[in-house]
Ligand binder design. Sequence first.
Ligand code: MRU
Length: 337
Amino acid sequence: MEAIRWEHDALLLLDQTRLPASEHWLRYIDYREVSQAIKTMVVRGAPAIGIAAAYAMVLAARESIHNNADFPAAMSQAKAALAASRPTAVNLFWALDRMECCWKACGPDLSRLENEACTIHLEDIRMNRAIGEAGAALIPKGARVLTHCNAGALATGGYGTALGVIREAHTQRKVSMVYADETRPLLQGARLTAYELLQDNIPVTLICDNMAGCLMAQGEIDLIVVGCDRMAANGDFANKIGTYSLAVLARHHGIPFYTALPSSTIDLAIPDGSHIPVEQRDGNEIACFAGRQTGPAGVRTWNPSFDVTPHELLTAAITEQGVLYPPFDKALHDHLL
Ligand code: MRU
């Protein structure tokens, strides 16, 4: 399964807002529209938005060359527009910085820029496979695994981070059940994770977010693995809203709690999670459900898209270079050297 395709003159994105009802691909030739697609979550998931933004920079370069525009100015403008799309996942800024290094070094060389974006995409898939292998070693036979949101092929260049671990463990016949939190308000768990796992014939049970604690209390969960949008230098990390509650529940019930992430998600420039910018989204996402208004008109809402889990609640971080254990500040520092 994949959500991003590059066709040399256009970027194709699987419209994730329409899944699982329809598999509809959209074609982009304008970077401004890619920025809008990231904002509206046609493409979502930390690594996937970085990859989409990298390809969008190729579209920006093509436009600038075609229009005989001031290349550095046009590229900086495109970078700023894409950077303004979503604030939390650091992969977006990481990919844009990589593309900037490339155009600053090579100038308006379309094939070099295209090659860099494709490399970012392929590297992500490779990292996910390695994360899968490293993480599967942590999964006991017959495991019942809980996950939140969607950190799968749809959220990445392919294969997935948390779902990459589950995919590899399933291949090794270790997974007896995956419980997918539906993940209100936008239902990435129900619409995307359950869909992805069903397509791969991985056993999945869909639950509402407020059922996770009850499952843990009944002894039905052996471990939790989630994705990550940004990890700070001390191991605090942002992921989909609700992740923090799961981590607290996991600690209470003595259940191992893992996050799976490529190194493009690690932000050593910030010391701890309090520095992670958390996206606030439109309140209508929670005052409405499936296109119907469910909250009274005019009700006040609070809709952060992510929360921050303190590193103390994390058992280990699964990366493409192996599994990192506490103390995370030292492990992360050594990891990125
Ligand atoms: O708002 P989303 O759907 O972009 O949030 C996605 C997540 O929180 C994922 O867990 C995270 O990006 C990791 S994806 C490998």
